[in-house]
Design a binder for this molecule. Structure first.
Ligand SMILES: *Cc1c(COP(=O)(O)O)cnc(C)c1O
Length: 392
């Protein structure tokens, strides 16, 4: 009975199509049932080492990657407290709610934040970042976002990195909803710090934050005076390189790490390029369906292949649509965040997602719009999805 409740009852199949948490592949779910290994054993250290190596492939880096039991935001906070001192100057290039979170965290710690905020729906203007860096030569770091989950926009990290790499500042990227979904090359693009969460493209349950650190970023650690204890990179790095096999300073999230080992295995098996191509295909199909329904995409900049944000038609509330799809159809999508609450809905298509998820998502949106009284030609959205999926 309890299980029936959790999975939505026998007669209602549940889907999770939110931009995180995402659905978990069956073998990754099964990995959670493995017995707990004590975290100070060679057996666990071996698994942890394997996960570390695997993450380097997913992140496309040779840099060290630290793993903390935390929400993605914990990883973000760690990237503030370890690199900076009170009064330090940083640039936050935000393109939505999550980017603006960088500024909130930094301000909470007394950091001097220069805000290069874009209009919601747009990506960062590279020129503005360049100008801010030129006007503030003492900038310690630039913080930005890869896939802005609140607006459905993909930011041009490669171009931003080109600008930042020419200066003494480090580039810190929130890739929480982008990693494992859209193209990202940490080393080739010269990204210094990459923060990733568990419950998005990495396809495991919530609870892990991963942080990759370049040499340029590591050089900032000794001088950083912001308060920290649990999130100390210096402590975590020591444990990572202490012996032949890596470790964590405090108790590791054993089960989540074992699940991560399995999800990385799946990503390797498919191949990262194919993972990115699959996301691109599903995303283009969802966008085609939305367009065919006469709805407007919110992302005016490059749309993210991880999440599609859609403006609500005149007179309809995004939250009402979202609620109907969730409560009546059993499909969890997402509404608008922050100032866009009620004005949009968002379809997540990242991680364990495939072509037919696009059909389900658009069918649900179409049906809900009909039930909420919008006049649409039924089948139009789904037809466009299928046509897009059939394109070679
Ligand atoms: C989900 C998300 C986060 C925050 O993750 P939490 O685990 O909720 O703290 C940060 N940034 C982006 C872009 C996200 O999508």
């Amino acid at each position: 009975m309890l299980i029936a409740c959790l999975i939505g009852g026998f007669m209602k199949k549940r889907y999770i199509m939110s931009p995180g948490p995402v659905e978990i592949p069956p073998t990754v779910l099964a990995a959670a049932a493995l017995p707990i290994i004590h975290h100070r054993t060679p057996e666990y250290r071996k698994a942890f080492a394997e996960v570390n190596e695997g993450l380097k492939y997913v992140f496309q880096t040779q840099n060290d990657i630290l793993i903390f039991p935390a929400a993605g935001t914990g990883g973000m906070e760690s990237a503030v407290v370890n690199l900076l001192s009170p009064g330090d100057k940083i640039i936050v290039a935000a393109i939505g709610q999550f980017g603006e979170r960088w500024a909130k965290i930094a301000e909470a710690y007394g950091v001097n934040v220069i805000k290069v905020f874009s209009e919601w729906g747009e990506g960062s203007e590279i020129k503005k970042i360049e100008e801010a860096l030129a006007a503030n030569k003492d900038t310690k770091a630039v913080y930005t976002t890869l896939s802005e989950t609140s607006t459905g926009v993909e930011n041009d990290i490669e171009s931003i990195a080109k600008v930042v790499a020419k200066t003494p500042a480090v580039l810190v990227v929130d890739a929480v909803s982008g990693m494992g979904a859209i193209k990202f090359k940490t080393d080739e693009w010269k990204v210094d710090v990459v923060v990733v969460g568990a419950q998005k493209g990495m396809m495991i349950p919530p609870g892990l934050a991963m942080v990759a650190l370049s040499g340029k970023a590591k050089a900032l650690l000794p001088a950083s005076k912001l308060n920290k204890y649990y999130f100390s990179y210096e402590q975590a790095l020591k444990a990572l390189t202490k012996e032949k096999l890596p470790d964590t300073p405090y108790t590791s999230s054993v089960s989540l790490v074992l699940q991560l080992r399995e999800s990385i295995r799946l990503i390797r098996e498919e191949g990262l390029e194919n993972v990115w191509a699959r996301h691109a295909k599903v995303a283009s199909a969802v966008r085609a369906g939305i367009k065919a329904l006469g709805l407007k995409a919110f992302a005016a900049g490059t749309p993210s292949n991880a999440v599609t944000s859609v403006c609500m038609p005149e007179g309809l509330d995004g939250d009402a649509l979202n609620k109907k799809i969730r409560d009546d159809y059993g499909i969890t999508m997402a509404g608008g965040q922050g100032k866009m609450k009620g004005k949009m809905f968002r379809v997540g298509h990242l991680g364990y997602t495939d072509r037919f998820d696009a059909v389900v998502a658009i069918a649900a949106v179409e049906m809900a719009l009909c039930e909420l009284g919008m006049k649409i030609e039924t089948g139009k959205g789904v037809k466009a999805v299928i046509e897009e999926l059939l394109k070679k």
